[in-house]
Design a protein. Structure first.
Lengths: 112, 550
């Protein structure tokens, strides 16, 4: 079953954040809380909406993780969509990666 | 250039104060995002993938050295040390914080700038020929009319909530360097049979998912009637433009649906019943604005033996051939500074580069800089005797790529690396192609070749108008790139045709190289540019090369 996390942009500075396992919001995907399946995802998103009401974040949304397991036990698998990987890691221009480099399928933080 | 009067100054300051209040209320939770979003967009502030993005207006692409220094300051203080010059002659900052936006708007106001009407369904920043006022092929300076349009359209109450955004471009030259025919309204300054100067008015051009080349709605409009005629066009659009479907809301859809003849009839009827005299500018007001753009007193410039310099330095020769254009005043030249170094990000400039350009504009020019829709910068008034010294300075600043109008002068939108609308990345594709075709001698041999890349169908990278156009699409989560050939954004405007199936990210660079090789094999001679060869040959040999079938 596809795992999901909630991502949003922080209101004050627009930076990408995730709903954290420890509560609140984190910049680290590895610290994001995971949900398995549709119902758990909806519950996670509902919880994230409280962050909107508290003026912490904008536009929370569920994003899917890759189905492959993480290489390192205990770490998160990467983000499934390229868009989300770019949101997480920053523009590819800044990483200096070539277009032809494939994303590491099981990178801990969804690297490009 | 135009200088703010007391009204302009007070108006911009007032808007900054209003936005400060709006931001404070948003941060305090008194405004929801739904309530705040239209307010921030009216001030050019978007929320993109990584942060807020602020789009700053550069009216008709004209900047003073002081303004460019302030843009550099903003890049360094509030962004990550660079800015991105756009295809609408504006600049965007990609790493902006909401809670610092008001400070930035205050910094802009200090140098008579703002971010108003760079978003929203209003009349956007009017664009112009970047060589305005200095071009050797110009009938009249379009900046005067751009400024008049700017003042008329700023917060125009009737046109602040149009069915969709609205873009106007003006050119006064024989060569179209402003993509006039791809605008909602395009204006060419023309001379009629009696020798009077007026406007040819075009309407309904645009790119996006429905590309259309604008059609002429009036062959000749006396200049004094410009505002009333624009108002008539906008009234017809405001009344009949569709508001039920965002994809069918631009004026081009209206013009296409009723036909240019019927649209012209409606505009003329609206214009006939308007009180034009209340809108048409009095001559003294036009003269007042004209005075801001009066040609400077050009000091006599000594002639220089450029031929000898060119022979001595082939690299200077290449740069001169590609990046320097004829000025209307003998002894002077127009210099385009390429923001497209090989492997670079099209349109990006660092704070240091902006400051360097500001210094060079003062040292080698008259303190003015232009931005171009092709995402480069222009120094409009350089003494020919200074060209070699300027070139040496630009070389050290990474601004002397000799590629204007050539294969390396790629237009690219920010794409999926930044933009929340994008489906695919544009920048790495541009970088890849730039590296493949970047050799200056190869570019010179290839001749004029415009490659334009958009990361989605909104076409901010003008791919429809590229000799080679590239459109990024998403196919089941993977980036693919569709190729179009034969587009042009100039006076021979044309929409490129799709060549065939899309290419993967790995394939697109080699595919472009294959197209270029095919052109080299088949061109009649070195004097036949890519676009001309394509028009003669058609799709077939290019399809054959890429897909193995015509």
């Amino acid at each position: 079953m596809t795992q999901q996390v909630v991502s949003a942009n922080r209101l004050a500075d627009g930076r990408v954040v995730y709903l954290a396992a420890e509560g609140g919001w984190t910049r680290e995907l590895a610290a994001a809380r995971r949900a398995d399946g549709k119902e758990a995802g909806a519950a996670l998103l509902a919880e994230a909406e409280a962050g909107v009401r508290r003026c912490e974040v904008v536009a929370p949304t569920l994003v899917e993780l890759q189905e492959e397991a993480a290489e390192t036990p205990g770490e998160l698998p990467g983000l499934r969509r390229l868009r989300e990987r770019i949101r997480d890691r920053g523009p590819t221009r800044e990483t200096g990666r070539l277009l032809t480099e494939k994303p590491a399928a099981t990178a801990a933080a969804g690297g490009l | 250039m135009y200088r703010y009067d007391e009204f302009d100054q007070a108006f911009v300051r007032q808007r900054v104060a209003q936005f400060r209040d709006q931001v404070n209320r948003r941060l305090a939770g008194e405004l929801s995002e739904d309530e705040f979003k239209p307010l921030r967009l009216m001030n050019g502030l978007y929320l993109q993938l990584h942060a807020y993005m602020l789009r700053v207006a550069i009216p008709y692409g004209v900047l003073s050295a002081a303004q460019l220094r302030q843009l550099a300051f903003i890049a360094r203080r509030y962004d990550r040390g660079y800015g991105h010059f756009t295809t609408r002659q504006n600049i965007q900052y990609n790493w902006i914080r909401l809670d610092e936006t008001v400070e930035i708007l205050e910094a802009l106001a200090e140098v008579e700038m703002h971010a108003l009407q760079t978003s929203g369904n209003c009349i956007r920043n009017t664009t112009a020929d970047p060589y305005a006022g200095v071009a050797a092929d110009e009938i009249e300076d379009p900046r005067v009319w751009c400024e008049i349009i700017r003042q008329w359209s700023s917060l125009h109450p009737e046109f602040s909530f149009l069915p969709r955004k609205f873009k106007i471009a003006v050119s006064g030259a024989a060569q179209d360097r402003a993509a006039v025919k791809f605008h909602d309204i395009g204006l060419y300054l023309r001379r009629n049979a009696e020798g009077e100067v007026g406007f040819e008015v075009l309407v309904g051009g645009g790119q996006g998912r429905t590309p259309v080349v604008a059609e002429t709605v009036r062959d000749f409009l006396p200049k004094r009637h410009l505002l009333s005629y624009l108002e008539a066009i906008l009234r017809v659009y405001n009344l009949l433009g569709r508001r039920d479907n965002i994809y069918k809301a631009r004026i081009k859809i209206l013009v296409q649906s009723i036909g240019i003849a019927e649209f012209a009839r409606l505009v003329e009827a609206e214009w006939a019943q308007m009180d034009g005299s209340s809108l048409d500018l009095p001559e003294e007001e036009v003269a007042r604005i004209q005075a801001y753009f009066a040609p400077p007193d050009y000091p006599a410039a000594p002639e220089v033996d450029l031929a000898a310099q060119r022979r001595a330095e082939p690299a200077f020769d290449r740069w001169l051939a590609a990046n320097v254009a004829r000025h209307r005043v003998p002894g002077y030249a127009i210099v385009t500074l390429s923001l497209k170094p090989t492997g670079g990000i099209p349109g990006d400039a660092t704070a240091e580069q902006m400051e360097r350009v500001a210094d060079l504009a003062e040292r080698y020019g008259l303190g003015e800089i232009r931005t171009t829709h092709a995402q480069n910068l222009v120094l409009p008034d350089v003494r020919r005797a200074d060209l070699q010294a300027l070139w040496r300075e630009l070389e050290t600043a990474g601004l002397a790529a000799p590629n204007i109008g050539l294969a390396g002068d790629i237009i690219a939108c920010p794409g999926l690396d930044y933009c929340s609308l994008a489906n695919a990345r544009s920048i790495p594709v541009a970088q890849d192609i730039s590296r493949r075709l970047g050799d200056p001698e190869r570019q010179r041999l290839l001749g004029p070749l415009q490659i334009k890349i958009s990361g989605c169908i909104n076409a901010c990278g003008h791919h429809h108008a590229g000799h080679i156009g590239i459109l990024g699409v998403d196919k089941r989560g993977e980036e693919f790139y569709q190729v179009t050939l034969g587009g042009s954004g100039e006076e021979d405007a044309a929409i490129g045709g799709i060549l065939g199936r899309a290419f993967s990210a790995e394939e697109i660079g080699p595919a472009v190289e294959a197209l270029v090789d095919t052109y080299l094999e088949l061109r009649a001679d070195e004097g036949e540019p890519f676009l001309q060869a394509y028009r003669r040959l058609g799709d077939a040999p290019f399809k054959e090369k890429l897909y193995g079938t015509a």
